[in-house]
Design a protein. Structure first.
Lengths: 688, 250
């Protein structure tokens, strides 16, 4: 072992040690968050790592940037093996994988190192071009973010170039050391040879540059958004956004807990997993680019929510953990929005995530459409943070847009978000001879399904027609069904989405009581919000039912040829179907409504807007936005309606009463006369 | 400052009312009850005054059976410090009888201000506030749409037909509160939890003689169905004729 080996061993120890210290610090910061058990379903989690992580499936949702990133990512995976070899060689010069591996395997390995280094250089060149010339909107950040990005790209590029140059010099010095499988290095050697046929000096320079760059890069990570290199795969493993468990289910909440506040107002109120999300965000902006609120000019940016959480963590955690000066030197330099600029301990303590970093206005702009969560390549859950912060606003601080107070009060008094008389709930069904559960119970009968009408279907004039249409289909198919009639009231989902967990649990528990009293097993509903809530979130409160959305139910009836349809198919109609978020992104129901349309209208020309299925744009009504005014920017429903009309559709089909209201209003706003129909109405219109 | 707010429990005004078999009361089955709207404005005004004036006490009073305890808790969940139920089997229609019970209780309370709703949605009598003030021998301002207390004096704004007046009054005083003065706050879960632990005292109500009772209740007659006279300009002469001769509004 020579002097240089000893020097390198010293530097290596220093570099690795410093990195380890930073890891320890960042892991320590996460512990100020609340607990959250993510040890379940290791196989599902592993599958997510293999597909979303290693397979880069979400990255490829943007094909061009996807190919670029995947090249760098896979290159990194492969080249890390080489990096380890180089670091060992720094200490033990004679070391080589060739000593351990069979010849063929080693040759393949050697070829992969050279090949990927070249590919990564090409991808980095494109990344520079994209950042400096193309300027995609979603990458718009502040100066710090931009500088950070360029430093990272420069370092990765530098790593690749020095790697190849080191090999090239080595080849010139000892042709037997670099076999023909390192084809790029050998080519490069041809360029160096005329300058210096025996480049001993150059070899040393390039080798040391490469080795030192590796250690610099490693230690730059904890101070950069590029930390995601270290945390993403772990984050994907620990995330629940693509399962295990049902997607989009809000966190259960113990209202009896003896706590001084509910929900999240600061980083300590978030879970360690929310905080890990912050470490994993590399600010690619895919979430914000898909956000309907952001697209239409609202203040909300899901990316900012995550970055702010990280920013505040860097400020607060050192103080909370007793290191009172460290907040002055934030570990992750980059934030978003106005810098809170804390310079004293008092300021750090006066700040909090809510208000200082994330405003009420941002939180209330969210439609809970889940587009941000769907897009995130590293499975960050932006919506979880928003939901927890809304809970704090309502349950602890009673702060919310004044328009939603009547909705809360009406839910409490009238059992629906609107001030309709609960006694009028079943008026829509008058004259249709529909049994109520109570009537059947009295006769000692039991229906096969309960038709859960929902508040829209019960009270909204437009949505009542959907309820009637669906009831007509059920009758035509001789389905034995019943409604709850006046015994139905809201299950509380709108309250839950607006942060009012207390009101939600009151209504939900009461609903579960009613359903259990009638021993209900199967529920069919025409509202995706009811469908999601009762099917996926009721189990948290002990309500377990098979809940089917009417699109799926009608599709089944059509499949079994139980629906008596007209034989005259009429004219070929161009129809655009608008995906409901709670049906689509929350529950992966994309095909049933489309199949229903195709089966009931055999000559249909079904067209899709560019944003469709899991990329579908929200109508603007989710997350309680239905009950709030939309004062800032363009109206989301108009934006969506324009997209749908641009397909040339003669009819717009929906499968959600909230979408119905929003898209109908949108059609009116752009002065179009294209009809908006629920899929049940389309089918009912074709009944023989 | 010490403020008392007298509240009433009334059914939600959006309800569809039926008359009970006795024909002297409404059928209460299926009705949702809450703090009367005007009384809830009074609670909000009291809380805001208390927040502005610095540490003081806000106490709510209600006359009635145990069902009013829920209403009193609601007020406490909004932020009221404590509550007193003046227990009766039912709330008498005679406002003066209620006022006597309230006055007997409030007399020794040392309140600077006693607030009421302008009237309650169910009876619309507007007697209790003014009668209580008279029995306590304190100043009374009715239907205030703005209320300020400064330097031991109160000022209130009152909306009149086509004008508004601002009045000044000495304390202690009783003020009945009109709508538009403040939006009642929505209780937070924190407030609801805290209200469960706040003191709610129950005492027998010393009601005065009940000299007024309801003899009969009637629902308004059903509105006759609308009529479509015709369409477009051709229908206008007939419409005008009917508005003149039948509806007599032109």
């Amino acid at each position: 072992m020579g002097t240089s080996n000893l020097v390198f061993a010293f530097i290596l120890t220093l570099g690795a040690g410093f990195f380890a210290l930073n890891v320890q610090r960042l892991v320590g910061y996460m512990q100020i968050g609340k607990s959250d058990d993510r040890s379940d379903h290791p196989l599902v989690r592993l599958k997510n790592v293999l597909t979303i992580g290693i397979g880069q499936t979400k990255i490829f949702r943007d094909p061009v940037a996807g190919a670029m990133h995947a090249t760098i990512f896979w290159g990194f995976m492969v080249l890390t093996a080489g990096t380890v070899e180089i670091l060992i060689q720094g200490v033990f010069s004679k070391f080589s994988y060739a000593l351990l591996l069979p010849k063929l395997v080693y040759q393949l390995y050697a070829m992969s190192q050279d090949g990927f280094a070249a590919l990564v250089i090409a991808a980095i060149a494109f990344a520079f071009y994209r950042r400096l010339v193309l300027h995609p909107k979603r990458l718009e950040g502040d100066k710090l973010e931009h500088t950070d990005a360029l430093i990272i790209l420069g370092m990765i590029g530098g790593l690749m170039v020095t790697l190849l140059l080191t090999n090239a010099c080595q080849y010139l010095l000892d042709p037997s050391a670099i076999g023909p499988e390192k084809f790029v290095s050998r080519q490069l050697a041809g360029l160096i040879a005329p300058l210096d046929p025996a480049p001993t000096r150059l070899f040393t320079v390039f080798w040391w540059s490469h080795a030192l760059l590796i250690l610099t890069f490693l230690n730059y990570l904890p101070y950069s958004k590029h930390l995601h290199v270290a945390t993403s795969l772990i984050n994907v493993y620990l995330s629940n956004t693509s399962g295990p468990g049902q997607k989009g289910v809000m966190r259960p909440m113990d209202l009896e807990a003896d706590v001084d506040h509910f929900g999240a107002a600061d980083v300590e109120d978030l879970t360690w997993k929310n905080l890990l999300d912050g470490y994993s965000c590399t600010e690619c902006g895919r979430c914000t680019a898909a956000c309907p609120a952001n697209l239409t000019g609202k203040l909300l940016s899901p990316r900012k929510i995550v970055i702010n959480s990280r920013q505040r963590l860097m400020e607060k955690a050192p103080v909370a953990l007793g290191d009172h000066m460290e907040f002055m030197h934030p570990a992750l330099v980059h934030g978003e929005g106005d810098d809170a600029g804390a310079t004293t301990l008092t300021e750090v303590l006066e700040h909090r995530l809510l208000d200082t970093y994330i405003t009420e206005e941002e939180l209330w702009a969210c439609t809970s459409c889940r587009a941000c969560v769907q897009e995130c390549p590293v499975s960050i859950d932006q919506l979880d943070i928003i939901n927890e912060m809304r809970r704090n606003l309502v349950l602890t601080e009673s702060r919310f847009p004044e328009e939603i107070q009547p909705a809360f009060e009406s839910l409490e008094r009238n059992g629906s978000p609107w001030a309709f008389n609960p006694g009028d709930r079943a008026l829509w069904a008058e004259g249709l001879e529909i049994n109520t559960m109570a009537e059947l119970m009295e006769r000692g009968e039991r229906p096969d399904i309960l038709f859960w009408v929902g508040c829209m279907g019960s009270f909204d004039d437009r949505a009542k027609k959907i309820a009637v249409a669906f009831a007509r289909i059920l009758k035509a198919c001789n389905v034995n069904f019943a409604i709850l009639g006046q015994e139905e009231h809201c299950h509380g989902d709108p309250a839950r989405r607006m942060g009012n967990e207390y009101l939600y649990q009151m209504l939900a528990k009461d609903t579960i009581g009613t359903l259990d009293r009638y021993e209900v097993k199967t529920i069919v509903t025409s509202c995706p919000h009811c469908f999601h809530q009762m099917g996926n979130e009721f189990p948290q409160l002990g309500g377990n039912y098979e809940v089917i959305h009417h699109s799926t139910y009608i599709e089944r009836l059509l499949q079994e040829n139980l629906v008596p349809l007209q034989s005259d198919h009429g004219q070929r109609l161009t129809v655009a179907y608008h995906d409901s978020c709670y049906l689509g992104r929350y529950n992966d129901v994309y095909d049933a409504p489309r199949e229903t349309l195709k089966r009931s209208l055999p000559v249909i020309n079904l067209v899709e807007p560019p944003r469709t299925k899991d990329r579908g744009l929200c109508c603007g009504a989710g997350g309680g936005r239905m009950f709030m005014e939309e004062r800032v920017g363009k109206r989301i429903n108009v934006e969506r309606t324009e997209e749908l009309l641009a397909t040339g559709a003669e009819t717009i089909a929906v499968a959600c009463p909230f979408c119905m209201t929003m898209i109908s209003d949108g059609v009116k706003a752009v002065q179009s006369d294209v009809p908006v129909l629920d899929i049940a109405e389309v089918v009912a219109g074709q009944l023989a | 400052m010490k403020i008392a707010v007298c509240i009433k429990r009334t059914p939600d005004s959006e309800s569809r009312f039926r008359i009970a078999a006795s024909s002297t009361a409404i059928d209460e089955t299926g009705l949702k009850f809450d703090i009367d709207d005007f009384a809830s404005y009074a609670v909000e005004v009291a809380l805001q005054l208390n927040e502005k004036q610095g540490p003081g006490e806000v106490v709510v009073y209600a006359v009635g059976p145990d069902a009013v305890q829920e209403t009193l808790r609601k007020a406490m969940s909004m932020g009221v410090d404590r509550a007193v139920q003046l227990k009766t089997d039912s709330v008498p229609y005679d406002g003066l009888a209620v006022a006597k019970a309230l006055a007997a209780e409030l007399a020794g309370g040392g309140y600077d201000l006693v607030l009421f709703g302008k009237h309650a949605f169910d009876t619309s009598s507007g007697v209790v506030g003014t009668a209580t003030a008279e029995l306590l021998g304190i100043a009374c301002v009715t239907a205030a749409t703005k209320l300020d207390i400064a330097n031991g004096k109160g000022t209130a704004r009152r909306e009149l037909e086509g004008a508004a007046e601002t009045v000044e009054f000495s304390l202690p005083a009783a003020v009945t509160i009109d709508e538009g003065i403040a939006r009642p706050r929505y209780p937070s879960l924190k407030g609801i939890m805290a209200a469960k632990k706040k003191p709610l005292e129950t005492k027998p109500a010393q009601l005065g003689d009940v000299r007024i009772t309801v003899k009969a209740l009637q629902l308004p007659p059903d509105r006759p169905a609308g009529r479509i006279i015709g369409e477009g300009a051709a229908a206008v002469p007939e419409l005008i004729r009917l508005l003149q001769t039948e509806a007599k509004v032109l």
